[in-house]
Design a protein around this ligand. Structure first.
Ligand SMILES: Nc1nc2c(c(=O)[nH]1)N[C@H]1C(S)=C(S)[C@@H](COP(=O)(O)O)O[C@H]1N2
Ligand SMILES: [Mo]
Length: 518
C-alpha cells in the first residue's frame, strides 16, 4: 500500500481510538455525554424547521439513524484527511484531532441535559488518545530505516513498527469500545429490570369499553386502537432515555405553588388511576400524514396533583398561566395551566394499552393533555413541572418559531383506497379516520372530483378525545378520480380548506387521494 493509503488508515484508526476511548470514559461520566450523541443532539437543535420536516418526510423514524451514520461518515472522512495531512505535518494532524475533540466536548457541555464540565471529558480524553495514536503511527510511517534493518523492511520506513503499532491501536481501541458499550448498557439493563417489575394497578376510573361500532371492518382502515409497537414516535432523543423507575422523581414547583412536591413512581401508582382513550397528534403531521395514533392510557389526573400543590388556574386568580414540563433529556414543553385544570383528562400517564409505557413512549411517566398537539403537552420521560408564565419562559419548540399555544386542528384522512390505487369499477369502500380532539367529530363528507359534498357514514364515537372512523360506499366509474374528505367538529365548525404548512401551529386543508378506476 502506498504511504498515502497507510496515512489515511492511520487517520481512521486515530478516529476509531478516539471514539472508543470516549465511549469508555462516557460510561464513567454519562452515556449521553459521548461525542456522537452530543454532536448529534446539538445538530438536531440547530436544524432549521424546514430541514427537520424534510428529514422526517424522507427518512421518517430512521431520521436519527441517518444522522448518526452521517456523523460517523463525516468523522471517518475527517480522519482520512487528517491522516494524509499528518504525513507532511505530523503535529498539525494530531492538533486537528484535538480540535475536533474540543468541538465534541463543547457540544457535550452545552447540551440542555449536561451535568457540567465533566460531560466534556469523553470527547477530550478520546481526542488526546486519538491524537497520540496518529502521532505514533505517522512516526512509524516516516521513520528512517535503520542500517541493520531486515530485508522485509520497506523502502526507507519502519514497516514492522507500523504494523505492530497499528494492530495494537486497533486491538486496544476495540477492547475499550466494547468495555464502554457494556458498561453503558448497565444502566439500560437496570431500567429495563425496573420496567419489568411494574405492575399497573387496576384504574379507579376505568375507560368505558370501546363501542363495538367504533372499529369498522374495512380492509386498509387504521385500527381504532393503535398498537403500541406501530404508534408513531416523534422526539429529539438520539439515544432513547432509559430511566430507572425506582430512582425516578418528579418535582412540582414554581409560581403559585404553595406546597412544592417531589413525587416517586410508587406515589403515582398508589393514587387513584384513571384510564382513558386519547388520540395524540403531532404538529408536524402533514394533511393526510401518519403522525397520529390512538391509545388507551392509564395515569394520574394532573389537575389533582396541581391542586394539592396549591396551584390555581388563571381563571381563579392563579399567577401562573404556563406549565413547563421538563424531561430527563432536557426537552421543555409548555402547556396552558387553564387547559390542564379545566376538567379534561390531562394526565401523567404510566401505562399505554395495558402495559407500562415503553421506553420510546416515555417510560416511566409522560404527560398527556387531550386536545393539544404533542409538542405543547405530551412530555415523555418527564422529571420536572414548573409553573410559570408565557411571558417569562419560551420552551424548546417556541424558541424555534412554533406557536406558544396549539390546540389540535380538525382533520380527516382517507386511509383506503391508497393514493394511485387502481380499484375495479363498482362499489369501492372509501374509509378513514377524522379527529378534532376534545371537541369531537360530528360529520364527515366526501367529494368525488368536483361533485357535491356527500355525507360519509360515521362509526360509533368512543369519546370526544378520540378519533372517529368513517366510510363511504362509492359507486366507482372507470377513469381517474380525486376523492376529497372534510370533517366537521361537534361545535359545528367545518374543517377549513385553507392549506397551511405545519409550522407554526399545525397543517390545515383537506386531504385528497387520486385513484384510477379500471
Ligand atoms: N422528552 C420529550 N418529550 C416529547 C418530545 C420530545 O422530543 N422529547 N416530543 C413531543 C412531540 S413533538 C410529540 S408529537 C409527542 C410524540 O409522542 P410519541 O413519540 O409517544 O408518539 O411527544 C412529545 N413529547
Ligand atoms: Mo409533535
Amino acid at each position: 500500500m502506498a504511504h498515502g493509503g497507510l496515512a489515511a488508515l492511520s487517520g481512521l484508526l486515530s478516529g476509531f481510538a478516539a471514539l472508543a476511548v470516549a465511549e469508555l470514559v462516557s460510561a464513567a461520566v454519562r452515556p449521553e455525554a459521548g461525542p456522537v450523541t452530543a454532536v448529534g443532539g446539538a445538530a438536531i437543535d440547530r436544524t432549521p424547521a424546514p430541514v427537520k420536516d424534510w428529514a422526517i418526510r424522507n427518512f421518517g423514524e430512521s431520521d436519527k439513524l441517518v444522522l448518526q451514520l452521517g456523523i460517523l461518515l463525516t468523522l471517518a472522512a475527517l480522519g482520512v484527511v487528517l491522516g494524509v495531512v499528518a504525513l507532511r505535518h505530523r503535529r498539525t494532524g494530531s492538533a486537528g484531532v484535538l480540535i475536533f475533540g474540543a468541538v465534541g466536548a463543547g457540544a457535550a457541555v452545552s447540551r440542555p441535559d449536561s451535568t457540567g464540565l465533566a460531560d466534556g471529558l469523553p470527547s477530550l480524553v478520546g481526542a488526546v488518545v486519538g491524537a497520540a495514536v496518529l502521532y505514533v503511527l505517522i512516526g512509524r510511517l516516516t521513520a528512517r530505516r535503520r542500517p541493520d534493518a531486515s530485508p522485509g523492511a520497506g523502502n526507507g520506513w519502519d514497516r514492522r513498527g507500523f504494523l505492530i503499532a497499528a494492530s495494537a491501536a486497533a486491538a486496544v481501541s476495540g477492547g475499550a469500545g466494547v468495555l464502554g458499550r457494556t458498561l453503558n448498557g448497565g444502566r439500560a439493563r437496570d431500567a429495563a429490570a425496573s420496567r419489568a417489575q411494574v405492575v399497573l394497578p387496576p384504574p379507579a376510573s376505568p375507560a368505558p369499553p370501546v363501542p363495538s361500532g367504533a372499529q369498522l371492518r374495512i380492509a386498509g382502515i387504521s385500527s381504532f386502537t393503535t398498537p403500541s409497537k406501530s404508534f408513531y414516535r416523534v422526539d429529539t432523543a438520539l439515544v432513547v432515555p432509559k430511566v430507572d423507575a425506582g430512582s425516578w422523581r418528579l418535582r412540582i414547583h414554581g409560581k403559585g405553588v404553595k406546597r412544592p412536591a417531589t413525587i416517586t413512581f410508587q406515589d403515582l401508582l398508589d393514587r387513584e388511576l384513571i384510564e382513558r382513550d386519547i388520540t395524540l397528534t403531532c404538529v408536524s403531521n402533514e394533511v393526510g400524514g401518519p403522525y397520529v395514533g390512538n391509545a388507551r392510557w392509564i395515569g394520574v389526573r394532573l389537575a389533582d396533583l396541581l391542586r394539592e400543590a396549591g396551584v390555581k388556574p388563571p381563571s381563579r386568580g392563579g399567577p401562573a398561566d404556563q406549565l413547563v414540563a421538563r424531561s430527563v433529556d432536557g426537552m421543555t414543553l409548555g402547556t396552558p395551566v387553564e387547559d390542564v385544570m379545566d376538567g379534561r383528562d390531562a394526565m401523567l400517564a404510566v401505562g399505554m394499552n395495558g402495559e407500562p409505557l415503553s421506553f420510546v413512549h416515555g417510560f416511566p411517566v409522560r404527560m398527556l393533555v387531550p386536545g393539544l398537539y404533542g409538542y405543547v403537552s405530551a412530555c415523555k420521560w418527564i422529571e420536572d413541572i414548573e409553573l410559570t408564565t408565557f411571558d417569562d419562559y419560551d420552551p424548546y419548540w417556541v424558541k424555534r418559531k412554533w406557536a406558544r399555544k396549539a390546540p389540535i386542528k380538525t382533520q380527516a384522512r382517507v386511509d383506503t383506497p391508497k393514493p394511485f390505487a387502481r380499484p375495479k369499477a363498482g362499489t369501492v369502500m372509501v374509509a378513514g379516520v377524522a379527529w378534532a380532539q376534545h371537541r369531537g367529530i360530528e360529520k364527515v363528507e366526501i367529494r368525488i372530483d368536483d361533485g357535491p359534498w356527500r355525507p360519509a357514514d360515521l362509526a360509533a364515537q368512543d369519546t370526544v378525545d378520540t378519533w372517529r372512523q368513517w366510510s363511504f360506499p362509492w359507486k366507482a366509474t372507470p377513469g381517474g378520480h380525486t376523492l376529497t374528505v372534510r370533517a366537521t367538529d361537534s361545535t359545528g365548525r367545518v374543517q377549513t380548506e385553507k392549506r397551511t404548512r405545519t409550522i407554526p401551529d399545525g397543517a390545515s386543508g383537506w386531504h385528497s387521494v387520486v385513484v384510477t378506476v379500471d
